[in-house]
Design a protein around this ligand. Sequence first.
Ligand SMILES: Nc1ncnc2c1ncn2[C@@H]1O[C@H](COP(=O)(O)OP(=O)(O)OP(=O)(O)O)[C@@H](O)[C@H]1O
Ligand SMILES: [Mg+2]
Length: 377
Amino acid sequence: MATVELKQVTKEYPNGYKAVHGIDLQIRDGEFMVFVGPSGCAKSTTLRMIAGLEEISGGEIYIGNRMINNLPPKDRGIAMVFQNYALYPHMSVYENMAFGLKVAKLPKAEIDKRVREAAEKLEITELLHKKPKEMSGGQRQRVAVGRAIVRKPDVFLFDEPLSNLDAKLRVSMRIRITQLHKELQAAGQTATMIYVTHDQVEAMTMGDRICILNYGKIMQVDTPLNVYNYPQNKFVAGFIGSPAMNLIQVRVIKTNGGVNLRLADELELTLPPAKAQYLLDYDGKTIWFGIRPEHISLVNADDNTTGSTIHGAVEIVEQMGNESYIHFSLNGVSLVARTAQFGSQTLQQGQDRVAFRFLLEHCHLFDLDTEENIGLK
Ligand SMILES: Nc1ncnc2c1ncn2[C@@H]1O[C@H](COP(=O)(O)OP(=O)(O)OP(=O)(O)O)[C@@H](O)[C@H]1O
Ligand SMILES: [Mg+2]
């Protein structure tokens, strides 16, 4: 059993700073859980409390059925992989991987078997005799992962293990770690993994579920697609997705047939009934309107579909090769649209009266005060 459960966990550092404010979280046996959030939101603090490297100020942490609050790290059945690899410089790769097992007094033959198996899995067999300084960052990171694997822990803890690698290597290591999780699972070795990152591509692609943190609080825990499609609040909406969701303040105006949103002077969007139903109590109020860049499309200049097409001025066009990001403004409100490259190539900076259609069935509505998603009730 390698479930991990946090009950009302808090952390106050000795200097009085409250880093974690009562976190409740259940991680399933064998699950790949990603912690994501901006710098300082307490991803590492939370992970280190699970590892036992940081004391818990309040609450309880369970691994399986055991409450581990007061258990030393070595007895928790965990293995941690750090951003800076933390390899012993004077030891070979083999010795680095074998060290923890030697300390645990495993038989030599068993140690050798585990080290060679892990090396094979990570394709570092030919590096076993090398010292860390003779290897690249990516190779060192594999050794650090290997050192965790050989211990056959119940729970793997990763703290931004790929952030020192270049972009290309990150992608291949990301895929390697995801595969590893599946392979260990298939081999019957429970592999619950908790993976900290501030890279949302890693969060989206690696996790069975994502836990989004902000200022030491959980903002949402769900599958990557649910988090993307149904953000519970404005924070999650703006944090997950690149380019980020457009979020602007609008005024709700009830009309005869439904609900309009006023973006700026004389600019109004008409909500489809499925969305309008959530705003019956909001007449005259200001709310946050969110729409992802891919839900604003470039249409012919003569498109005048009332209520969903608005003409704006192009500020800048970023050509990504396969698509482009069009930054534009509507009476001073800045937005970004994401479109297939076709059609955007002829756009000029400063060009105005460019027509954008808002796919409003995909929009998100957030309460101004609570910032909760109004449309998820
Ligand atoms: N030893 C400490 N004493 C006091 N405050 C600390 C200590 N360690 C961390 N903090 C504070 O606690 C908060 C959470 O820190 P933590 O390192 O967990 O953030 P993080 O989410 O891992 O950030 P990053 O993405 O930058 O690694 C931060 O505001 C940090 O300044
Ligand atoms: Mg950190």
